[in-house]
Design a protein around this ligand. Structure first.
Ligand code: ZN
Ligand code: ZN
Length: 344
């Protein structure tokens, strides 16, 4: 790919990228503080101003509280659950109240090879799980399985690396926190849309268009207006982002990195008159089930509606594959793109 454009363009781009990494890396904690402040003000505005105006409080109060809990919890998890590093010991599920219990069903047995007893990887008749091939990272020397990539900001190899999220998360999105990331996007979209739909009358009141009895709330009307406008913008932006991430990424079994790589592979395959096949793609439904780990062998469906922690379906060293595939279709040995291109 490098040969297609002048080298200096890539050099410039990479230098800019590295500068960006350094700036966003340093600004990370400030973004988090800012995000927490906005979330808190938003929640106060909702529960002080909008919540009391809702009818059927016996049902709307618990629903709104649950949405708020999910929003805060998934944000907390996406920032605090490490994404999963290649060189860290095997993780086991926790046992606390925040951990969901896995479905108990027959028909599958725990994977026992390599001493990795029952740590989230299961064999099943339905899903074909294969050991990932490995490569050595030239930056940190880690032996890493397929789908792991080196993060230049964390300076470590991350399992199922998606992207490094500086804005408000300040860590990588990978195997162990990608579900929380998507859930956070979903609940942020739901919350902001609820805020906009349920709070528009109060917005008229804050603007002074409807002059009932002035502004009877402790939260200043200016703050309410700001949060309302922000909710309009975020509801739209995050809604689109969530939809795109879910449908084009999760349902297609591609991480952000893979989406770019596969684009390239498709082009190469097309030139050869072949079709590229993503061997991780088991069909939209199965891909979503595996991502949220709610398949027949995973966790119950309610884990989507409560702020609970669960284990991913794999330990990051094995992957579910399309039946009959050991690697991607039409991709020859040695053609895989690596993040070593960065080293120049
Ligand atoms: Zn590395
Ligand atoms: Zn990172």
């Amino acid at each position: 790919m490098t040969s297609l454009a002048p080298r200096w363009v890539f050099r410039c781009f990479r230098a800019l990228e590295r500068l960006g990494d350094r700036v966003t890396g340093a600004a990370g904690p400030f973004f988090i503080a800012f995000a927490i402040a906005l979330l808190s003000v938003g929640l106060v505005c909702f529960f002080e101003i909008i919540q009391p105006t809702l009818s059927y409080p016996w049902i709307t109060t618990p629903i709104c509280t649950l949405i708020a809990l999910n929003l805060v919890a998934h944000y907390f998890y996406v920032c605090t659950v490490p994404p999963g590093f290649v060189d860290e010991p095997q993780r086991a599920p926790g046992s606390g109240i925040l951990w969901a219990k896995r479905k108990r069903r027959g028909g599958h047995r725990a994977l026992t090879d390599g001493g990795l007893n029952n740590v989230g990887v299961r064999w099943s008749d339905e899903v074909n799980i294969t050991r990932a091939s490995t490569t050595k990272c030239r930056r940190c020397g880690a032996i890493r399985p397929e789908r792991a990539h080196h993060c230049r900001i964390c300076n470590r190899c991350v399992l199922k690396y998606d992207h490094h999220c500086p804005a408000g998360v300040n860590q990588c999105i990978g195997l162990h926190n990608e579900r929380h990331f998507v859930m956070f996007l979903a609940y942020l979209a739901i919350s902001t849309i609820c805020f906009v739909v349920l709070g528009y009358q109060k917005m008229w009141q804050a603007v002074g268009y409807v002059d009932e009895a002035g502004w009877p709330h402790r939260t200043p009307d200016v703050l309410y207006m700001m949060i309302y406008i922000l909710s309009v913008v975020l509801g739209l932006a995050v809604g689109i982002m969530f939809g795109w991430h879910l449908w084009c990424g999760v349902a297609a079994a591609e991480t952000s990195v893979e989406a770019q790589d596969h684009e390239m592979y498709r082009k190469v395959a097309k030139e050869r008159g072949e079709t590229f096949v993503n061997s991780f793609d088991l069909g939209k439904r199965k891909n979503l089930e595996l991502f949220f780990n709610i398949g027949p062998e995973g966790y119950p469906l309610y884990t989507l509606f409560f702020p609970l922690r669960i284990m991913p379906y794999t330990d990051g060293f094995r992957w579910a594959r399309k039946k009959g595939y050991e690697r991607h279709g039409s991709l020859r040995e040695g053609e895989e793109l690596t993040d070593e291109d960065d080293l120049e």
